[in-house]
Design a protein around this ligand. Sequence first.
Ligand SMILES: *Cc1c(COP(=O)(O)O)cnc(C)c1O
Length: 367
Amino acid sequence: MIRFLDLHSINARQQGAILAAITRVLDSGQYLQGNELAQFEIAFGRYCGASHCVGVGSGLDALSLTLQAWIQLGLVQPGDEVIVPGNTFIATILAITHSALRPVLVDPDPATHNLGVEGISGAISGRTRVILPVHLYGRMADMDAIMTLSRKHDLLVLEDAAQAHGAKINGRMAGNWGHAAAFSFYPAKNLGSLGDAGAVTTSDASLADMVRLLGNYGAREKYKSSVSGCNSRMDEIQAAVLREKLQSLDDETAHRRKIARIYGESITLPGLKLPEQIASHAWHLYVVQCRDRDRLRADLDSAGIETMIHYPVPPHLQEVYADSDLANTGLAVTEQLSNEVMSLPIGSHLDDGDVHRVCRVLNSLAT
Ligand SMILES: *Cc1c(COP(=O)(O)O)cnc(C)c1O
């Protein structure tokens, strides 16, 4: 059986360091807002090239708290529009609707599966305040062009970098392009904790300060709340584990790139569209496209190869938005992708032999 993902095997390779990190926290007696979080924030901010990093409870919270912080700072008004790709994980959209903002869903560029500047330009209205590109699958959106467009229209840019730890364009990391970026450290992400965790990176000190305030009951000092906040903090155990795992992130990414290269060079099945091999990609997912996706998936499953679909139902067709305007958005590319994409196994739980086996099995199937 070749598993899509094997978190136990991935974390077992660093078991000693992880156990030492957890013991360090246990012994410290400080389980929230201590030195581990402070050190991780410095290290991850530096890794991304952003001057501030704020640890929060999850990737969803990183997105929501950034939008809410901009509202608190008066840069965004409730009811303003946020331009966002239609083909993303539901959390990206929930963050917008939870923040009393209006998502304007845009079909992605079919070649990159990411938001393109043409799509964004066509969606800009008098109420647009934010562009929220998602670096889907670990492939960065065209940030240079998006930032140029944002300057022209005086818009804020929030990167959803939940899948893109370590991705970079021209040496500039994901998380250091927009006015802010949201990361998730959900266990299955490229940099994963042992539970829920997330972070906001930004070079705007007042935004970082407001995100931290909102995630801590709106209180800068204990028992003195100045804004209507919530409780969303990265705990010391997650921070300590992430500090250890950050040190091997580049090796993990290199391993993913190698797997992607093998897939790219060895898969020859006609009718199967492979992702473009580009240097900036962090390969959170290796996503292929095929008209006969469901049958191919079943054949792979019979051959002992596990695959996944990211994502089978796009946000605008989810029940949660059935009664909203979103349900009526026609998103032909997004809907086609949800029927045709399939993610092959990728990650450090696989060796070259496993990857070549996936290629051999795929090449032996007919579409
Ligand atoms: C995982 C993910 C999120 C949400 O992160 P959580 O930590 O699970 O809340 C948001 N956006 C994208 C694109 C994701 O993949």
